[in-house]
Design a protein around this ligand. Structure first.
Ligand code: SF4
Length: 190
């Protein structure tokens, strides 16, 4: 099984998506196929971290991951509980048959998955709750919204540089990307 929101490493990760911006927040556009992670791909994210602008999949760590309890990934459980769907149908995805979240939660998690960015600087209170399982105090308005820190980076630009091909029916949003390194992460290393 693959964790669909891990940190990208050269050893065992696959590139599965590119973060793009959307009026309602970040949206991950799936790559046409899962791609081996190379030093060149990781370097494309600079000055951001790779998991700020890309989504990676890696082998699910099950009991070695702090998010895995009761034989389930609790990030996926809470994402289905707390996030609204952002897709009416199953979005394109290159790893669905191997995805831990899909195996566990079915279509409900796929319809929410495109809004998940692995590393976020200014996560919403909902995202903090998903990662930590704790309902945080309301964040100051300035910190509660989607960050434009990396707006100059442009994940679409990075994707073009890499020759990364989005899935045919994926809808790419505009170029500016953003996101952030949290107090936690969707990745298995908090
Ligand atoms: S879209 Fe569904 S199958 Fe694909 S990574 Fe997200 S949760 Fe897994």
């Amino acid at each position: 099984m693959l964790c669909p929101s891990s940190r990208g490493t050269l050893e065992d990760s696959l590139l599965i998506g590119v973060v793009t911006s959307h009026a309602d927040g970040p949206r991950v556009v799936s790559t046409e196929r899962a791609l081996p992670v190379t030093p060149e791909i990781l370097a494309l994210a600079e000055p951001a971290g790779p998991s700020e602008v890309f989504r990676f999949a890696s082998p699910c760590q099950t009991g070695r991951c702090p998010h895995f309890r009761n034989e389930a990934c609790q990030l996926a459980v809470r994402s289905v509980e707390l996030l609204d769907a952002v897709s009416e149908s199953l979005p394109p995805c290159s790893i669905r048959p191997q995805c831990r979240w899909f195996r566990q939660e079915g279509a409900a998690i796929c319809k929410r998955c495109p809004q998940v960015v692995t590393d976020q600087y200014h996560p919403s209170s909902t995202m903090i709750q998903i990662v930590t399982g704790i309902n945080p105090a309301p964040a100051p308005a300035a910190l509660g919204s989607y960050s434009s820190r990396n707006a100059t980076i442009g994940s679409n630009l990075a994707a073009r540089r890499a020759g990364i091909q989005a899935a045919p029916n994926a809808t790419a949003a505009s170029a500016a990307t953003a996101s952030a390194r949290v107090h936690g992460s969707f990745g298995f290393t908090p």
